[in-house]
Design a protein. Structure first.
Length: 116
């Protein structure tokens, strides 16, 4: 079992920046792929960025490329999402997921609100 806790979400103005963190506990010694998702009100959940277990492979959805950066900090079992040039359409609940062998673990999410 892996427990995931997201933090860092808050309200920021259009063009602002935030850094989200996802901290894992439990069976953190395994080789999980980590993914950030988001879900806006009335919309389906969508993936935003993912990073492989070693941290050397990163993927981003097109609409965040160049603005968001995912990183893996092995020392404290944390995956971060640095978000710059935020837009009102980035407003959503951001959640992280750990995946391995078809098993997914989820955190509860953190709210990001970008005001115009």
């Amino acid at each position: 079992q892996v427990q995931l806790v997201e933090s860092g979400g808050r309200m920021v103005q259009d063009g602002g920046s935030l850094r989200l963190s996802c901290t894992a506990s439990g069976r953190t010694g395994k080789t999980y792929e980590m993914t950030w998702f988001r879900q806006a009100p009335g919309k389906e959940r969508e993936w935003v960025a993912r990073i492989n277990w070693s941290g050397d492979q990163k993927d981003y959805v097109d609409f965040v490329k160049g603005r968001f950066t995912i990183s893996r900090l092995f020392a404290n079992n944390t995956v971060s999402l640095e978000m710059n040039s935020l837009k009102p359409e980035d407003t959503a609940i951001y959640s992280c997921s750990a995946s391995e062998g078809g098993v997914d673990y989820w955190g509860r999410g953190t709210q990001v609100t970008v005001s115009s």
